[in-house]
Design a protein around this ligand. Structure first.
Ligand code: BTN
Length: 325
């Protein structure tokens, strides 16, 4: 059986169930063969509802980026003005890094429908299924010393949070340093990778993953407790082009403000959106565990944590988790 025959049949009955029996008869194939092909279609981004009793129903076809649509919606001067769109990459970070080495200008944007080895912080993998989310990397060339690079991570989190909250009206907050959460569940991840020469940053690759249109079933069961998507949280599919355009505008505006006025305005915005402040937490740092209450964001991008004895320490890098009671 060719996959296109099965797809043709499902499309012809869009929105309705087609019984396994009927598919089997029409295409002259076994139930097992059908089930296998259905899985292949799902891997390609088709959403198909399966019912033991009723058969299969086509819910949606894969979403594809439209560069025309994206360019029409962009309102920025530089961010996203040169776009490199790929069907499939290992990681948009690698592609952007190569472009940066070749001299691509600030604002160059790499997006992919799918990443085969998307990476997250702390050496973790980042799931990036085809057509379901925004998997992107932006080249930045800030003229700041290396030790200020963490400020850009927080700036990116603020810009993303503001743009998504505006677009969806969902209650989105920032967990230090840069996870965006809805009701405690993660909807996006930010990974900044910088290349420096002496104490000067040559370029920064800002990688952002946004879970836009993933359904619960797109996540492995063990992740479902911890993650969500804009679609799951709002009940609606969103245009990925609209998400990127809104984010680029907010991001460029905040970056311009940062270059003119420094980090202070970003700190104020970050603190207002934070869900991590003034709540006891356990921070697992490379140097060990710290139990305390985060109270403020420091100018450097570190978080100030009040310990039980009243002392305040600065934490630069950690995983923030629930307090141990
Ligand atoms: C995290 O929360 O751990 C950060 C995840 C960052 C994922 C994005 S998706 C686009 C870009 N390419 C990657 O390989 N990673 C980042």
């Amino acid at each position: 059986m060719t996959m296109s025959k099965l797809l043709e049949l499902l499309v012809a009955h869009s929105g309705q169930y087609v019984s396994g029996e009927m598919i089997s008869r029409e295409l002259n194939v076994s139930r097992t063969a059908i089930w296998k092909q259905i899985h292949k279609l799902e891997d390609q981004g088709y959403e198909i509802e399966a019912s033991r009793r009723l058969g299969y129903k086509l819910i949606s076809v894969p979403d594809k980026y439209s560069l025309d649509d994206l360019n029409e919606q962009l309102q920025t001067a530089a961010f996203g003005r040169s776009i490199h769109l790929f069907e499939q990459v290992d990681s948009t970070q690698n592609v952007a890094q190569k472009l940066a080495e070749e001299g691509a200008p600030e604002g160059t944007l790499v997006i992919a429908e799918q990443q085969l080895s998307g990476r997250g912080r702390m050496g973790r993998a980042w799931m990036s299924p085809k057509g379901k989310g925004v998997w992107m990397s932006l080249i930045m060339r800030p003229t700041i010393p290396v030790h200020f690079a963490p400020q850009l991570t927080l700036l990116t989190a603020v810009a993303l949070c503001r743009s998504l909250a505006r677009l969806t009206s969902l209650p989105i907050g920032i967990k230090w340093p840069n996870d965006l959460l809805i009701d405690g569940k993660k909807i996006s991840g930010i990974l900044l990778e910088s290349t420096a020469e002496d104490a000067r940053l040559r370029y920064v690759i800002a990688g952002v993953g946004i879970s836009v249109n993933l359904a619960s079933s797109d996540y492995p069961e063990e992740m479902q407790e911890r993650v969500t998507s804009l679609r799951i949280a709002s009940g609606e599919r969103l245009s990925r082009e609209a998400v990127i355009a809104a984010f680029m505008l907010e991001w460029e505006q905040l970056y311009t403000l940062y270059q003119a006025e420094g980090f202070a305005p970003v700190v104020t915005l970050w603190e207002a959106l934070s869900v991590s402040l003034n709540k006891p937490a356990r921070l697992t740092t490379p140097q060990g565990i710290i139990d305390g209450t985060p109270v403020a964001l420091d100018e450097s991008g570190a978080i100030a944590v009040r310990l039980e004895d009243g002392n305040v320490v600065l934490v630069f890098s950690a995983e923030m988790g629930e307090p141990v009671t």
